[in-house]
Ligand binder design. Structure first.
Ligand code: CTP
Length: 412
């Protein structure tokens, strides 16, 4: 059973969609709002969406001792929005309503999704409360930046319900997924496919969705890192909260963006699907068919090789353009054939590219591309090899970050 706790902030309306996110995935959901949350969204809405009664006080249904029963039965508590006041009360161990009382009896993972004005989020009192909650093992999600209640913008915005839901889902699948092991680190992730232009209306691209790279960037930010996501073509994925997104189009753009942003990085992850070749010439006007209905230029396109960005980053580190202790992670998508298995090709690629870790996905038959689940192996230059069991791309991202973070040198 999942408890959705709702604090009294304008973002309380987003809790409705979060309840939906969980019920649609088959979870039993209990909503526990604070008194002030009910000033923003009525109890009837939460009751209808969760299919369960809603109360705010321990003085209702007294014989059931609800704060003890609910806390004991919960597999996960997600509080969205978590207001400054609610986190202050939780950090102090207060139990002055059903939600804070339940927090003291719950032994399951607890996630706070803060939402407040930037000044309140940055206030030393709130910082101290967040630190206390994290020290005690709670997850406090990094808020998004953007439009706040009025005309102001800044950090403190509640992430979209599906973002919060995705973080809760991965926590249920991989309990260490949101620990804070990347605090103080800079992580650069590339994601999605490149587009190689042929003329002003045509380009060549590939089937990468960007989902794996976005999942890595999303989790790295929640694990405390400053994250730059260098994003190519994706299936319209939303920017993850607390991540700086740099958009690129071609492999050459990607190479330039990585050179710039990876220079100060502790961890560089090349999840982008880079086109190996690009058209030798980009026509400045549309390539047209002639009177005979044919176009020689489209019938045979001359291609030239793109740089290997990953191998280039490894070389740049050797030449001092990257931190000498930066950890570099590559990806490989292999099918295996008569000459070698997926693992044979993965091991050879790890050697050729010179990175510390290679995420090896078996592809073909609809696996890996454009789907939510993935499996494979994690190969280490130190000889370590582990299977990545079939799971969501978020759970896989958590395992990749576990392995990468274990290889990082001491923090600066
Ligand atoms: N990569 C890159 N630059 C390229 C091609 C690939 O940086 N021009 C990176 C990808 O981001 C990925 C890794 O290299 O991390 C593996 O990519 P892949 O295309 O599988 O490797 P290739 O070297 O192209 O090998 P092959 O096509 O022969 O399998």
């Amino acid at each position: 059973m999942i408890i959705v706790g709702v604090g009294g902030g304008i973002a309380a309306y987003k809790a409705c969609a979060l309840v939906r996110h969980f019920t649609e995935r088959g979870h039993e959901v209990r909503v526990i709002p604070t008194e002030s949350a009910l000033k923003f969204v009525g109890a009837a809405t939460f009751e209808a969406l969760s299919g369960n009664p809603v109360q705010t006080s321990v003085f209702e249904s007294v014989p059931e001792v609800p704060h003890v029963r609910l806390g004991q039965e919960a597999d996960l508590v997600v509080i969205a929005p978590a207001t400054a006041d609610l986190m202050a009360r939780a950090a102090q161990g207060r139990a002055d309503d059903l939600l804070t009382g339940t927090l003291l009896t719950a032994r399951c993972p607890v996630v706070f999704a803060p939402a407040m004005h930037t000044e309140m989020w940055e206030h030393p009192a709130t910082r101290a409360n967040v630190a206390t909650l994290r020290e005690r093992g709670a997850v406090v999600i990094e808020p998004a930046s953007g439009r706040l209640t009025g005309k102001d913008t800044g950090a403190g915005r509640l992430p979209e319900p599906d973002e919060i839901g995705a973080l809760a889902d991965v926590l249920l699948e991989h309990p260490g997924a949101l620990n804070r092991d990347l605090e103080g680190r800079t992580v650069v992730v590339s994601a999605g496919g490149t587009k190689e232009a042929l003329d002003p209306v045509r380009y060549l691209t590939n089937r990468s969705s960007g989902k794996q790279g976005y999942a890595l960037a999303r989790l790295a930010a929640q694990r405390g890192a400053r994250v730059v996501l260098v994003a190519g073509n994706t299936i319209g994925l939303a920017d993850p909260p607390a991540v700086e997104v740099v958009r690129i189009t071609s492999a050459l753009d990607l190479q330039a963006a990585m050179a710039e942003h990876a220079a100060a990085a502790d961890l560089v992850i090349m999840a982008a699907a880079v086109a190996d070749y690009r058209p030798a010439e980009v026509a400045t006007t549309k390539l047209k068919k002639g009177a005979d209905g044919k176009s020689e230029a489209l019938e045979s396109i001359t291609m030239v090789e793109n740089p290997d960005v990953l191998a280039g980053l490894v070389a740049a580190r050797r030449d001092g353009a990257l931190r000498s202790d930066a950890v570099i992670v590559g990806f490989a998508a292999e099918t295996g054939d008569a000459r070698g298995t997926v693992l044979d090709y993965g091991r050879a690629k790890l050697q050729r590219k010179g990175c510390e870790l290679l995420v090896l996905n078996a592809v073909g038959d609809g696996r890996a591309f454009e789907v939510d689940e993935n499996s494979g192996w994690l190969l280490g230059a130190d000889g370590g090899e582990s299977a990545l069991p079939l799971g969501s791309k978020s759970a896989m991202a958590a395992r990749i970050l576990d392995a990468a973070s274990a290889r990082l040198g001491p923090a600066r």
